[in-house]
Design a binder for this molecule. Structure first.
Ligand code: HEM
Length: 324
């Protein structure tokens, strides 16, 4: 049994910067706050699959815009990083704020630039230094200062959107995640211990943008690269798409069950690219004996070697499907 926990990050890894500036929200919170934010977010995202405009609907629309942006490149050599980032970032924008932005929109471009820059800083030498001597490096000039500034800019941007929502909010008629959160804040306004406050709303927004944009962008980029290297696989995917979806409609989730080859390739790409090899840190919630040998005490930090799991036979069944 595990909970997500960040208070020992200082001992463990280069996410220290994030843990210091973002103890709210989902990704770097822990305990009761993490449970509540996670449960609420999952429930709200699920609810948007029913009745209101569904997330599938939004993804289908965004996929069309992505296709258009790619076709504008007219098969010329192009770095697709920015185009690929627009789609997931816009999806999250749409879930949070019920609007999508044009790929030329300055706000969207700025948001992607800030997220991208922070990923680069988080994996830089500066972050390693910061992790070694946080209380000293914190006061020195350096890239970590830019990191904090970027986070503040993204948070200000989210706060602005939230303020606009507060002005136009109609109770019980939520348009998006932000409205649902604001409704819940109103419901719990007399509870002094409520986790439903502006700080957590902004932090969850930040979490979704940062956890959702770079991961999907890099998966798309690497998938494209892999398919370029394996045209025979690409050919089989095309054949399956033509057979199941055809050319006259957009694909939907129901198609997935009839597309085992494409499904297997998506899984194989994720296994092979191994995007987050050591997972996020977790903490053990009760004393545990691992493999009859290793004693893990409550609160011990556990880092999973996901790359090792990906090499286990049970997961290679997808690979076998894909190689057929
Ligand atoms: C290919 C895409 C993605 C990959 C490979 C990926 C990978 C991961 C991994 C490995 C974790 C850690 C899970 C754990 O703690 O056990 C995680 C957590 C998380 N991801 Fe993703 N993710 C992807 C896309 C997304 C998207 C699109 C979103 C948001 C819209 C998102 C939001 C989150 C959040 C909020 C958490 C923290 C969950 C928690 O603390 O309980 N991720 N992701």
């Amino acid at each position: 049994k595990k909970i997500r926990c960040c208070k020992f990050l200082i001992l463990t890894n280069s996410l220290l910067l994030l843990s210091l500036v973002l103890p709210s929200g989902i990704v770097f919170s822990h305990g009761e706050r993490w449970k509540q934010m996670r449960r609420f977010t999952l429930m709200t995202l699920r609810n948007f699959g029913m009745g209101k405009r569904s997330i599938e609907d939004r993804i289908q629309e965004e996929a069309q815009h992505l296709m258009q942006a790619l076709s504008h490149t007219q098969a010329q050599p192009v770095d697709p990083t920015f185009i690929f980032a627009c789609a997931p970032c816009n999806m999250i924008f749409s879930i949070l704020f019920n609007e999508r932005l044009d790929y030329q929109d300055k706000e969207l471009q700025q948001l992607i630039m800030l997220l991208n820059e922070n990923i680069s800083i988080a994996s830089s030498f500066w972050t390693q230094l910061y992790n070694l001597w946080p209380s000293f490096i914190h006061y020195l000039p350096g890239r970590h200062q830019k990191f904090f500034k970027n986070i503040q800019n993204i948070k200000n941007f989210i706060l602005e959107k939230v303020a606009q929502h507060q002005e136009t909010l109609k109770p019980e008629q939520p348009r998006d995640y932000t409205d649902c959160f604001l409704d819940r804040m109103e419901e719990e306004k007399h509870n002094p211990y409520s986790e439903f406050n502006l700080e957590n709303l902004v932090a969850v927004g930040f979490n979704l943008f940062s956890a959702g944009t770079e991961t999907v962008t890099n998966t798309l980029r690497l998938a494209l690269l892999i398919l370029l290297k394996h045209p025979e696989v690409e050919g089989k995917i095309h054949e399956e798409i033509d057979r199941v979806v055809g050319r006259d409609r957009v694909p939907c989730m129901n198609d997935r069950a009839q597309m085992p080859y494409t499904d297997a390739v998506v899984h194989e790409v994720q296994r092979y690219i191994n995007l987050i090899p050591s997972n996020l840190p977790h903490a053990v919630t009760q004393d545990t004996k691992f493999r009859q040998k290793y004693g893990l005490h409550t609160s011990a930090i556990v880092k999973h070697k996901l790359f090792y799991v990906y090499l286990k036979n049970v997961h290679l069944k997808w690979t076998q499907n894909y190689r057929k």
